[in-house]
Design a protein around this ligand. Structure first.
Ligand SMILES: [Zn+2]
Length: 508
């Protein structure tokens, strides 16, 4: 264990970022407050060093964004202007305090990174908001104003002399802003695990499938629901850790969103990462960059999930005992399909991945199974993307009540599901990494895994397509930012061409 303290950032100026025209927003001040209070309650911050946050200045924000965006955010000095500003943005709300909070989030992240690189702390957690990983260039979106994690990474490279930084994003949503900000930057390696659902999930783009055309970008598109912490950690062992060992980062930044947690607000349509999984992922990253692994808060919306998950992640960063994690004997079918695609796609750049692919192919042969057919994937989101772009272009984005709030019954189901696994925690001080044989054996690609992949993906993708089709058919009040009333008016006025359903086979 290190003699240096753990570092953290928490500053109540960021609580001032609060939507004044809609109190149903899932990204809300209590997220960071509850996390902070939970870490205190678990005594994970006793002996830790609080790093003082500060407002980032324009030149720091310009490491990743044009002055135009900075000026726009500064100009938001009334609630009316704030809501008006969001009428051509995707899932964004702002308030008069957004400028200050967003600058503190960046300044805090930078200072924490600096403290790690100056050897004042051993790992750290920036409990900040607004989040950042969807924002890029002059495009704030997805609750994100400026991209905190990218600015911190670029600051480390440009100002602190760091040669290589890895960003690992395990938030449920694609780190699309981060990708667009770093895709041409060879000194940054970027990994994003994200809901993809064959493109039927936001941001409805083929770009976030596994084929990245960039050796430094690893996308782990999740087409199925409820992949477990064991599935995620398996992907770490098969792909991410070997990649990072070859890349040799001097600093790892975690885009720490907890919305892929088991029974976060998407419930059975979300992912299935139990809290200790976040601890194990953090622990494994710390082994690549000991003491230089800094988590920066992104999403996570069900308090019972994100407080437990954040607590476990910090335990991992502190190298405290964690509940034992089980590596599945067979990976979930849908993530296994993604893994095979990733290994095929990236093996030309990474010898360790090429070797793993060979091992899997040999196993298929030895078992008398057909080879995995590479590069067979689906993209379902094209029409959704077009509708979103048209709605933005016409400045008719719905700015309120995007998602229904959870019912008391749903909240209690989530709590119960999370309580069930907490009861099963088996704390261990040492964790044995899976052997190569175990890892290879979990990747058998046969009829069973193929049907699992299909069954795990079909219900949610079908739901999303039905939601879109229902909106088109006038049966829904909204599909996130697309609003029935404004949409119909725009169509009636002849400024918007109506969109067509993705499939016409429903309702027959
Ligand atoms: Zn998210």
């Amino acid at each position: 264990m290190s003699s240096k303290p753990f570092g953290y950032v928490y500053d109540e100026r960021m609580l001032g970022h609060e939507c004044k025209y809609d109190n149903t927003m899932a990204e809300c001040p209590k997220r960071m407050k509850l996390i902070y209070e939970r870490l205190q309650k678990d005594q994970l911050l006793s002996g830790a060093l609080k790093i003082e946050a500060r407002e980032a200045d324009d030149s720091e924000i310009r490491l990743n964004h044009p002055q135009q965006l900075i000026d726009e955010i500064v100009s938001l000095n009334s609630t009316e202007k704030c809501e008006e500003y969001c009428k051509d943005k995707e899932i964004l709300w702002t308030c008069e305090n957004t400028n200050e909070a967003a600058r503190v989030a960046i300044g805090g992240s930078i200072e924490l990174v600096k403290a790690a690189l100056e050897n004042k702390i051993h790992n750290g957690f920036a409990i900040v908001r607004p989040p950042g990983h969807h924002s890029y260039g002059k495009t704030p979106q997805g609750y994100c104003i400026f991209n905190n994690v990218v600015i911190a990474a670029k600051y480390a490279i440009e100002k602190l002399g760091v040669k290589k930084v890895a960003i690992v994003d395990f938030d449920y949503h694609a780190g699309n802003g981060t990708f667009k900000s770093v895709k041409d930057e060879s000194r940054i390696h970027f990994t994003s695990f994200h809901g993809h659902h064959y493109g039927s999930f936001w941001p409805f783009s083929k770009e976030y499938d596994y084929a990245t055309n960039n050796p430094n970008t690893l996308f782990v598109p999740l087409n199925g629901t409820l992949n477990s912490e064991g599935d995620y950690v398996s992907v770490f062992h098969h792909v991410l850790l070997p990649m990072l060992k070859q890349f040799e980062p001097e600093l790892i930044l975690i885009s720490a969103g907890f919305d892929a947690g088991y029974y976060d607000i998407m419930m059975e349509f979300g992912q299935g990462v139990k809290a200790h999984g976040y601890g194990h992922m953090a622990r494994l990253l710390d082994q690549i960059c000991p003491g230089k692994t800094i988590a920066i808060l992104e999403g996570g919306y069900h308090p019972y999930n994100y407080t437990e998950s954040a607590s476990m992640m910090v335990r991992g960063l502190l190298n405290h005992p964690l509940p034992r994690l089980t590596i599945p004997t067979r990976m979930s079918g849908s993530l296994l399909e993604t893994l095979w695609n990733i290994l095929n796609h990236h093996s030309e750049w990474y010898p360790a991945l090429e070797q793993r692919l060979k091992q899997l192919e040999n196993q298929q042969k030895a078992l008398g199974l057909d080879p995995f057919v590479f590069n067979q994937t689906l993209f379902l989101g094209a029409k959704m993307r077009v509708m979103y772009d048209d709605v933005k272009k016409n400045r008719i984005v719905r700015t309120r009540e995007w998602f229904p709030e959870m019912s008391p019954e749903q909240i209690s189901i989530c709590k119960q599901k999370i309580d069930e696994y907490i009861k099963e925690y088996d704390f261990a001080s040492d964790h044995i990494d899976p052997t190569t044989e175990q890892l290879v054996a979990q990747c058998v690609w046969d009829e069973a895994s193929r049907s699992d992949a299909f069954m795990q993906a079909a219900p949610f993708a079908t739901f999303l397509i039905q939601e879109f089709n229902d909106f088109i058919a006038g049966k829904r009040e909204n599909m996130m930012i697309c609003d029935r009333e404004m949409y119909s008016e725009a169509v009636k006025a002849g400024v918007l061409d109506p969109h067509t359903p993705i499939t016409t086979t429903f309702d027959h």
